[in-house]
Each structure stands twice: as structure tokens, then as C-alpha cells.
Design a protein around this ligand. Structure first.
Ligand code: MN
Length: 391
């Protein structure tokens, strides 16, 4: 018999699917959270048959279980830990540990891709184009390579994983990988994925209209409350409001804050660290401490939301010869216009601001960082120009 203990995300369940393709009903699979694995390992060591071959994938055990597993191995127990997290590299010191972060070709690995290679090399599993494609989608999702490659199939595979139960997902994938020459989404899945995309887009459009801006230290942040679609929402907001240094997504019910940026001058893991959190340079998070609550929630509560720039204008467009018109919540209007070949200026209502700028972008950035302003619609722009002529 075989037993596989794996993570309960797409990559972890990808491992379970491969194990079932290889070993059929000879393998028992259990999916765990990061914190739940150690209990399962203890249960295995105390209760399972001594000749059961244990696989641990996409997760690693604590120090105590590390020792107990080494004892188990020395006493003739069969086990294999396969992982791709940097923090697990020390398991390579054991005969039963195999941790690879990057493969020989320099590609980032996932637990599913490592287990696939392992099963094929040990002749437990016949390789096939359908399985290889599935493994590659999981790998791209888990390593975030899908974003760079705009691999929508990888994104959709993960979305499907969360739309149906793990049991259903497993059964569908096993059946498909077993019987098909290539990987595909069936008609029903395509339909629910389309609906899910539409729902996400509606949610994100609504959230764009609820974002406020404020300074957090020296950085200008966009702040929004959201419980779902965090990564898609973060991506959309950083693109829509380019003048912001980063986006903070507040989840009040889980008392978490997520940070996202695309700008190289900001490292959001440093911002998260100010509130006891951490992460990567472009995406990070922290718990909602009292300090974070004060800055992100209490202090920003009275602020009016940002408005999106008018999108379908023909006349009031950036760098127009007549100038470009913006407005704030107090109904002040701002005309951004070219003074001469290389200077740009801003007129607030009837008075010109002192500052001048070397480019349109610089002037717009200055304006948008000072307070929420948005590009007004054509009708308002034309009316404004007519009034100016009358004067
Ligand atoms: Mn993984």
C-alpha cells in the first residue's frame, strides 16, 4: 500500500491526482493545510501498517517529525518527501528527501512537476501528453509564471479547483487524464468558468469605485475593502491607478491586509514588515494589528473614493492641444496644458498653479497625487471650452 500526504491547494491536489493515476486503489491520499500535516504524520507513524510506503508532497514536517521519520527510515520504513519550497532544502540531507526549487533547465518547479518526474523515472507512471500538459498548468499556476505568460488555462484550472469540491476535481481530472490524448475543459466547466470570470469582473469594477487614496508614510496608497478575488483585484487596481505607489486590500472579517504593487521603487514586503507581516517585493501581507487598523481603516474612513478617468472620450484626452480637463470632489476643475515646447502647466479653476512640469505625465501625476481627481467626460470638457471662449 501507498499513502500520500499532500497540501490542500491546486499543486498539492495535483500530486494526489498523479498518485492515483500511478497506484490506483493501492494509494490512500489525504490533503492537509500547512499546519495540519504534522498531526497526520504522527497518526501515520503510530497507526499505519509498517510496510506502507509514505509520500509527503508540497509540504514539510516540523523538526520533531523530521527525527521520527528518519528513525522510521532507518528501521526499514519506506518514505519519500518531495517538495519545491526553499525552506525545505535541508531535507535533501536525508535519503528520503528530494527538494528541488529549480530544475536543471532553470525552470521553477512545483510539487506536481517533481512528483511527475519521480513517478515516470521510477516507472510507476506512463508519461502522456495530457498528463504533461496538466502538470505544466499546475506548475505555471503555482510559480506565478502564468501571469508573465498570460496563461489563462492555468488561471482557469485554479479557478475550477475552487469552484468544485476536491473530490469532484480529482475524479474529473483522473478520468480525463486517463482517457484523453490531450488536456481540455469540458462544456460545463467552460460555462461555469465564463460565469465566474464575469462575476469577478463585476466585483472588480465595483471595487474600483470604492478605492480611496492616502499617504502611508512616504508612499501614496490605494485602499479598498475586499473579501474575494484579491490577486485579480490587486492587479487591476495597480494598473487603473498608476499614480499610486501600492494597493492595500483590507479584509476586515479575516483581519488581514494584502499589499500589491507593480512599481520598482516600492517593496511592499517592507511595508508589510512595518505591521509585522512579510512576503515578496510585489505582493505581501500582514495581520490587521491595531496600528494597521488605525492607519488603513479608521484614518481613511471619511475619505471620498477615487473616480476612474472617463474612458470613451474623443476630445478630452491626454496631451490634447486644447488642454486636458480634470475635476475633484469639490467640483474644482483643473486644466492641464502645454505652455511651450517643453513645459506643462496646470490651471485650477481660474488661477494658474506655480509649478510647471517637464512632461504631461509628470503634471498628471502631481495632480493625481495631491488629491483624487479624474479625467472628465467630453460633454463637460466642451462646455468648459465654450465658457472660456465666452469669457
Ligand atoms: Mn506548491
Amino acid at each position: 500500500m501507498y499513502k500520500l500526504l499532500s497540501h490542500n491547494d491546486l499543486d498539492g491536489v495535483g500530486c494526489g491526482i498523479l498518485a492515483k493515476l500511478a497506484f490506483g486503489d493501492q494509494v490512500k491520499v489525504r490533503y492537509n493545510s500547512v499546519s495540519g500535516l504534522d498531526r497526520e504524520v504522527e497518526w501515520f507513524l503510530e497507526n499505519d501498517e509498517k510496510d506502507t510506503f509514505l509520500f509527503i508532497t508540497d509540504l514539510s514536517v516540523n523538526e520533531e517529525n523530521e527525527k521520527r521519520l528518519e528513525e522510521f527510515s532507518c528501521e526499514g520504513g519506506k518514505l519519500q518527501l518531495l517538495d519545491h519550497h526553499k525552506t525545505a532544502l535541508h531535507f535533501n540531507n536525508y535519503d528520503w528527501g528530494h527538494v528541488v526549487v529549480e530544475d536543471a533547465a532553470g525552470k521553477l518547479t512545483s510539487a506536481t512537476s517533481i512528483l511527475y518526474d519521480y513517478l515516470v523515472n521510477h516507472l510507476y507512471l506512463e508519461p502522456s501528453p495530457a498528463i504533461a500538459e496538466f502538470v505544466e498548468l499546475v506548475r505555471q499556476y503555482d510559480t506565478w509564471e502564468w501571469e508573465k505568460n498570460d496563461n489563462q488555462a492555468a488561471r482557469r484550472l485554479n479557478a475550477l479547483f475552487y469552484l468544485i469540491s476536491i473530490d469532484e476535481f480529482e475524479a474529473k481530472m483522473i478520468d480525463r487524464l486517463f482517457s484523453s490524448d490531450y488536456f481540455y475543459f469540458d462544456e460545463f466547466e467552460t460555462k461555469i468558468l465564463e460565469m465566474e470570470d464575469k462575476k469577478a469582473n463585476r466585483y472588480i469594477r465595483k471595487k474600483k469605485r470604492e478605492t480611496v487614496q492616502t499617504y502611508i508614510g512616504e508612499y501614496l496608497a490605494g485602499i479598498v475593502y475586499a473579501e474575494s478575488y484579491h490577486s485579480e483585484l490587486g492587479n487591476e487596481l495597480v494598473k487603473e491607478f498608476e499614480h499610486l505607489d501600492f494597493i492595500a486590500i483590507l479584509n476586515i472579517s479575516s483581519k488581514r491586509v494584502g499589499f500589491r504593487t507593480i512599481h520598482d521603487h516600492v517593496d511592499v514586503s517592507e511595508i508589510a514588515a512595518l505591521f509585522g507581516g512579510g512576503g515578496h517585493a510585489k505582493a505581501a501581507g500582514c495581520s490587521m494589528t491595531e496600528d494597521a487598523y488605525q492607519k488603513f481603516v479608521a484614518d481613511t474612513f471619511p475619505l471620498p473614493p477615487l473616480k476612474e478617468d472617463a474612458k470613451r472620450n474623443r476630445y478630452n484626452v491626454k496631451e490634447s492641444d486644447f488642454g486636458t480637463l480634470y475635476q475633484n470632489h469639490e467640483e474644482d476643475v483643473f486644466l492641464l496644458y502645454k505652455v511651450n515646447d517643453d513645459r506643462w502647466a496646470i490651471k485650477q479653476n481660474e488661477s494658474k498653479l506655480e509649478e510647471t512640469f517637464s512632461s504631461f505625465e509628470e503634471a498628471e501625476r502631481f495632480l493625481k497625487r495631491r488629491e483624487p481627481v479624474w479625467l472628465v467626460r467630453d460633454e463637460q470638457f466642451v462646455q468648459y471650452l465654450m465658457e472660456q471662449i465666452r469669457k
